[in-house]
Write a protein that binds this ligand. Structure first.
Ligand code: PLP
Length: 466
């Protein structure tokens, strides 16, 4: 399988190349040259497979030429063996129509584990083959940092430097990062805000003194391999509910448009997806784009669902590229306009194409809290704030009663216990496997909010590439 950039001028790469590259050199995002498609009979034949075997079937076309089926199976077996539930992503019924797809049974209690546990192992596999070394640098305000650290801790040929704004992440989130003790894990508590830390990371990616020596990469959802891993659970849940003989709708709490784009990929591959509901909080750029065609960024409003507090959704570019006839030059021009003015208008083809599969909703704090209390009182299920936003949107979407609607449960409620307690009166406990989080010892370096101090730290502790 070859991958091309959404902006048309970067070199096409194979799966190994796009996994290690992350972003394309022309600033675009990699997508498969064409969508692989399963027949109805092939999808029917997937019913009853274990999660790992299903993952091998769904991902095989994407990794062709870079991994054998046995190598892929081995990596999946190890990645999904870290999950605390044998079904990996179990479905829980709420009522006749609505289901929750629990994606939080991984080591750090958010759906990002599903993709990052595999990505960490893909890195190690490809680096071993090339005899090379990778330096991951990231800034986090929440779930990505801990999931990435857990995914690469102790792995050979990878170092991770994760910056967090000192004193500005929750205790659970900080401890999920700083209590992982491995020689290749470096937590840096930076003086300043998340945006300050993020700005330093961006600067390091273009600092030739650093990029000339280290193979520096990001682990956010611009990496194709992450999206690919997320396609699997759309198949897993739809098969449980009767696909391919029955259509299924999905509601997805959305930030960077990665998770819901994986649903779009599943539909292109032949899964009968009735509709994808994009649920946003009050940071509603995607809801405005999908309902009116106006994609314009404002300022971020902090909410109880911080992983959705995003104004620019990187992966939306992948959808616009596909719906706009895969014209890289036109996409590059559209994105140049957006980068200059922080606003753009979707073309008619993009709007109509999106409307055929997507709908959207903006969910405020009050509606989110109502969804949490409704679910607790009527189903005995405790939802985290992100999932509650998805469920509210699902229940309001007016999907035909004969079609099941799956809401993606993206985080364990114990990660956001204050917000959950306010809405339901219940304070969810951390699962026993990480119940000792507050007894574990922490390790992190404290650095001033200066780029030079961070670059010096990485130089001192990093490993140059081959
Ligand atoms: C990252 C995250 C999201 C948003 O997912 P995207 O792929 O960025 O749209 C939603 N909920 C939780 C809990 C997350 O960690």
């Amino acid at each position: 399988m070859k991958y091309i950039s959404t902006r048309g001028s970067a070199q096409a790469l194979d799966f190994e190349g796009v996994t290690l590259a992350g972003l394309a050199s022309d600033g675009g995002l990699y997508v498969p040259e064409s969508w692989p498609r399963f027949t109805e009979a092939e999808i029917a034949d997937m019913a009853g497979l274990s999660y790992v075997e299903l993952a091998v079937r769904v991902m095989s076309p994407f990794v062709a030429g870079s991994l054998t089926e046995d190598e892929l199976r081995d990596l999946c077996t190890r990645a999904y063996g870290r999950f605390s539930h044998v079904a990996v992503t179990p479905l829980v019924q709420l009522d006749q129509q609505h289901q929750l797809l629990e994606l939080f049974h991984g080591p750090t209690l958010a759906f990002k584990d599903v993709a990052l546990q595999l990505l960490g192992r893909l890195f190690e596999h490809f680096l071993q083959k090339r005899d090379d070394h990778l330096t991951i640098v990231g800034a986090t305000s929440g779930d990505t940092g801990s999931a990435a650290i857990d995914a690469v801790a102790g792995r050979e040929r990878v170092d991770i430097f994760m910056l967090h704004p000192r004193g500005r992440v929750s205790d659970v989130q900080r401890r999920q990062m700083t209590t992982v003790r491995a020689p290749n894990v470096h937590n840096l508590a930076i003086e300043g805000s998340f945006d300050d830390a993020q700005a330093m990371v961006k600067r390091m990616f273009v600092d030739q003194a650093m990029t000339g020596k280290y193979r520096i990469t990001a682990v956010n959802s611009i990496n194709w391999a992450r999206l690919m891993a997320q396609v699997v659970y759309y198949f897993a849940s739809a098969l449980q509910l009767g696909a391919p003989h029955r259509k299924v709708a999905f509601s997805v709490p959305t930030g960077n448009f990665g998770d819901v784009f994986a649903g779009y990929v599943a539909a292109q591959m032949g899964l009968p997806v009735e509709r994808l509901i994009v649920a946003t909080n009050v940071n509603d750029i995607l809801h405005r784009a999908l309902s009116t065609g106006d994609y314009s960024a404002g300022t971020v409003t902090p909410t109880a669902a911080p992983s959705m507090d995003i104004q620019v959704s990187s992966n939306f570019e992948r959808l616009l590229f596909d719906l706009g006839g895969r014209d890289g030059a036109a996409m590059a021009e559209q994105m140049r306009g957006f980068e200059a003015t922080k606003a753009m208008q979707l073309t008619n083809a993009q709007r109509e194409g999106a409307a055929a599969l997507f709908s959207s909703a903006r969910v405020d704090a009050e509606a989110m809290a109502r969804a949490m209390s409704w679910t607790y009182e009527n189903c005995g299920e405790v939802l985290d704030p992100h999932t509650a936003i998805g469920l509210h949107a699902a229940r309001e979407a007016g999907v035909d009663a004969a079609i099941p609607v799956v809401t993606l449960a993206t985080a364990h409620p114990a990660k956001f216990s204050d917000a959950v307690e306010r809405a339901t009166g219940v304070r969810p406990a951390l699962p026993s496997r990480i119940g000792d989080l507050f007894e574990r010892s922490e390790s992190f370096a404290e650095l001033p909010g200066e780029y030079d101090a961070v670059a010096a730290y990485v130089s001192q502790h990093g490993t140059p590439s081959a």
